[in-house]
Design a protein around this ligand. Structure first.
Ligand SMILES: Cc1ncc(C[n+]2csc(CCOP(=O)(O)OP(=O)(O)O)c2C)c(N)n1
Ligand SMILES: [Mg+2]
Length: 657
């Protein structure tokens, strides 16, 4: 489409009108950002973006990420105007209402045209880095005929100010992700007022210092925007395009002020804006000629998509790319089953982080879409295998990403990779630093992404590094996140099963909480008992008076305690519970049979006891409700009362014996 102002300006005004009317109807929302970026978005969609509304998930489409998610009406308007099946104008009328796919912030699971859920500022841009990583990786494996697309981001001052931006920009610059282009809504306004209230940063200089290309433009001048986008697209480095804009552009009395950031314009100002923009249509109506321009623009994408489909059909690698993009695992699972059989033949005494590495050796060798990494703790998290060579500018085909000390950036990038499709990301750090990336873990769960978090050094069992490094509340607090599987396996077989289960979850992220210290085998057969979340590891010999429930490294302690109880004539079951969430999904009969009423139930876990009551009722919760200490692990277990010697007398006392 030409840069004819007389055509583009009305198209951009359609975005403005829909945005201000939808926010007004909802009596809540953010008109300023979509109105300010309407011109940039119109040029992007008409000049640069590769998309096809008729096939929203077409694998080689450009990815468009609205990192400034509060400006959600921008993307709803664009999807509607360019002709996606959804949202409909009815959906837009119901912006922010229950069951409208036009939620307050864009949700990837609500609308096919939305690549990722945004709203927590900074994470959209950081997810886009992951999308660009996935694109380069698949390009290296499948070639430019099948994989060659860009990632475009609209980000605000907030996205650039957040700490995660430093991590994302550092990673993207180092990896020279030239397909990544960030359009910065450089409007000098945030909620509190002028950006000078809180920042004096030379943003472009920071990006350049991180290996980025930067360019500026007048965000309301179509030719200038087009020039900047073309420059960004051509540069081999990731690009930041500073688009100088006026927030709320088109609202004559309010534009340029923070008052248009997040509140309806009001009837008077909307009337004034209609006058100012020359927009005479009723709310939610777009004049036929303007609509026709938008729809013809949307229809153009079919050509590139059809050409790609023809290339895919002709390419011998086409079926493999399609398999990966569909998220289907390879049919042949013999490598993992062979590995499990080897564990049964010779159960090793290893740390579960080591058991994870052993499982990953088998998994990464047979599942090529697994792309691992670590936030600079590769040798501790044990996430790198023989099959996963480093991912670098020199080799985008590599499958181990050195994320650097960027836990939040890593987690968000993994979300972007999973959302891009074609790869299954996993990455490691210490469990205690899950808090550094917690909101991205939460976003994995909200967005239903298959991301596996390898979180090692999962308790006081890490020993001498002391309380700053010893997770106490972390496993429990991760269990509090909906739609997240938290595995804390007890030995090598449970670890392998946890990995297999995590990878078979297309719509759920998983955490693997893994020990630093060696753990003896507790299971000697491989019948996938982890799938039930919890199972009886040992049945009482004497008449059952107690059920001990434990996870991870404390299963060994539960077994020791049970042996001591049995020696005293007290029958004790031991239940290993590697995954609460899977156990909660079992039927009531199974759960009641495992944790029967009327029997003393005792939980043993080296972390906070808050939460165990739902399984043990008024039973005994053995745990650690304070911060840890710096000492060798054995001494800590004794000091914190996590030994059979210290647990058994408490149980006897509760039983009155
Ligand atoms: C992590 C996070 N912190 C705070 C917020 C709340 N919030 C939403 S928009 C915004 C200001 C963003 O400013 P800017 O990106 O410049 O957007 P503009 O006002 O220009 O539309 C804030 C603080 C959020 N959404 N996410
Ligand atoms: Mg701003």
């Amino acid at each position: 489409m030409s840069l004819d102002h007389t055509r583009l300006a009305p198209m951009a005004n359609a975005i403005r009108a829909l945005s201000m009317d939808a926010v007004q109807a909802a009596n809540s929302g953010h008109p300023g950002m979509p109105m300010g970026m309407a011109d940039v978005a119109t040029v992007l969609f008409s000049q640069a973006l590769k998309f096809d509304p008729a096939a929203p998930k077409w694998p080689d489409r450009d990815r468009f990420v609205l990192s400034a998610g509060h400006g959600s009406m921008l993307i709803y308007a664009l999807l509607y105007l360019t002709g996606y099946d959804a949202p409909t104008i009815e959906d837009i009328r119901n912006f922010r209402q229950l069951h409208s796919p036009c939620a307050g912030h864009p949700e990837n699971f609500e609308l096919a045209g939305i690549e990722c859920t945004t709203g927590p500022l900074g994470q959209g841009l950081a997810m886009a880095v992951g999308m660009a990583i996935a694109e380069r990786h698949l390009n290296a494996g499948f070639g430019g005929d099948l994989v060659d697309h860009k990632t475009w981001v609209v980000a605000g001052d907030g996205c650039l100010m957040e700490g995660i931006n430093h991590e994302a920009v550092g990673l993207a610059g180092t990896l020279q992700l030239g397909g990544l282009n960030v359009l910065w809504d450089d409007n000098n306004i945030t909620i509190d007022g002028d950006t000078s209230l809180s920042t004096c940063e030379d943003v472009l200089a920071r990006y350049r210092a991180s290996g980025w290309h930067t360019v500026s433009c007048d965000g309301h001048n179509y030719a200038d925007i087009s020039r900047a986008l073309a420059e960004a697209a051509a540069d081999p480095r990731p690009s930041l395009v500073a688009c100088k804009t006026v927030i709320g552009k088109g609202a004559p009395n309010k534009q340029g002020s923070h008052s248009v950031h997040g509140a309806p314009l009001g009837a008077d100002e909307i009337a004034a804006a209609r006058e100012f923009l020359g927009w005479t249509s009723a709310p939610f109506e777009v004049p036929a000629d303007i609509m026709a321009d938008w729809r013809s623009l949307g229809a153009k994408g079919a050509t590139a998509r059809a050409a790609w489909e023809a290339r895919l059909a002709a390419d011998p690698q086409g079926p493999e790319l399609s398999r990966r993009m569909a998220g289907a695992l390879p049919a042949d699972e013999s490598a993992t089953h062979d590995y499990l059989a080897s564990l049964v033949a010779g159960p090793p005494k290893v740390a579960t982080r080591k058991a994870s590495e052993m499982a990953l050796e088998a998994l990464t060798a047979s599942i090529p879409e697994l792309v691992g990494g670590s936030a600079d703790l590769t040798g501790s998290n044990l996430t790198k295998t023989k099959a996963t060579t480093p991912f670098s500018v020199a080799d985008y085909g590599g499958r181990h990403i050195h994320y650097g000390i960027r836990e939040f950036g890593m987690a968000a990038a993994m979300n972007g990779m999973a959302l891009h499709g074609g790869v299954i990301p996993y990455g490691g750090t210490f469990l205690v630093f899950a808090d550094y990336c917690r909101n991205a873990i939460r976003m994995s769960a909200i967005q239903r992404t298959r991301v596996v978090y390898v979180l090692t050094h999962d308790s006081i069992g890490l020993g001498e590094d002391g309380p700053t490094h010893q997770p106490i509340e972390h496993v429990m607090s991760l269990r509090a996140i909906p739609n997240l599987l938290v595995f804390r396996p007890a030995d090598a077989i449970e670890t392998a099963e946890s990995w297999m289960l995590a990878l078979k979850e297309p719509n759920r992220p998983s955490v693997l909480a893994l020990s630093r210290q060696n753990l003896p085998p507790v299971r000697f057969e491989a019948e996938m008992k982890t799938a039930q979340g919890a199972y009886r590891l040992k049945s009482a010999d004497a008449a059952r008076q107690v059920v001990l429930v434990a996870s991870g490294s404390e299963v060994e302690i539960a077994l020791g305690s049970a042996a001591a109880l049995e020696a005293a004539g007290i029958g004790a079951d031991v239940v290993s519970m590697p995954c609460w969430e899977l156990f909660d999904e079992q039927d009531g009969a199974y759960r009641a049979e495992l944790l029967p009423a009327g029997v003393l139930k005792v939980s043993i876990e080296a972390g906070v006891t808050l939460g165990w009551q739902k399984y043990i009722g008024d039973g005994l919760a053995i745990g650690i409700d304070r911060f840890g200490a710096s000492a060798p692990a054995d001494q800590l277990y004794d000091y914190f009362g996590l030994t059979a010697d210290k647990i058994v007398p408490q149980i006897k006392a509760r039983l009155g014996q």
